[in-house]
Design a protein around this ligand. Sequence first.
Ligand code: CP
Ligand code: NVA
Length: 304
Amino acid sequence: MTSGTGARHFLDLDDFDTATLRSILERGNALKKAGRADKPLAGKTLAMIFEKPSTRTRVSFEVGMRQLGGDVVMLSSKEMQLGRGETVADTAKVLSRFVDVIMLRTDSEEKLLELAEHATVPVINGLTDRSHPCQIMADVLTFEEHRGPIAGKVVAWSGDGNNVAASWIHAAVRFGFELRLACPEGLKPPPGLIDWAAGQGGKVSVTGDPQAAVAGADCVVTDTWVSMNQEDGETRHNLLAPYRVDRRLMANAKSDAIFMHCLPAHRGDEVTAEVIDGPNSVVWDEAENRLHAQKGILTWCLDS
Ligand code: CP
Ligand code: NVA
């Protein structure tokens, strides 16, 4: 999405056409292969605002920016005037005078959109309550490194129909793979999102049956049962227990199906240790690819 000022925002995968997403991934891939020699972001500064905790997003953006020759300012909203009432719009205008690109991790999709509306520099979605697009760029990169082109393949999700699931739905449509989600009643993705996918000609289905979703899949994915700032932990554990990814569930996928998880993981809850630490798990490559995907996103946003 490009703002009125021409800034290239990276807000959600559904904002983009396939060719642009592919070009961002190709940038990441090329930079991964090139190693650390290239410094296309020399003289540029990234500001990162975190309203929620992070390990991977924070470190991959910071290390990625520095490896590309740029600089980073880390901001926690609690320590900013934003945390005591300064508006998102004013924050956007001020930061745009200091830095070249802003990343925000927030609970509220509205805050991200407001930041993008008022910033004159690119804004990147580092996770909201609605989506996690940077993660899924890394996930597509990881899938393709292990199993070749993702178009036409089958990815199965078993668990909470949350923000990460939403970005998988966007990706299924844009990258042309089938996505089968198994989620309990009450934790399915928003119906509007499934309707959007259908309207775009995407192959996205939702069932309550994890075995059916996983049957013959090339990849099985899950995520935490309790996302950041969610409080109904016990209810979620009860609803989601049948969706745990264990050896029995993986056995219904293709024999060489890979297992992915954005991390952090909770062994014994959404996935058993024998699956996440087993031979079909690619979660460490997936985590590393956050760095390479981030570089693709940063260089695309800054057109460098
Ligand atoms: N997967 C992911 O976004 O991890 P962090 O919360 O550690 O950034
Ligand atoms: N769904 C999780 C993802 C963490 C990277 C959360 O929002 O907490």
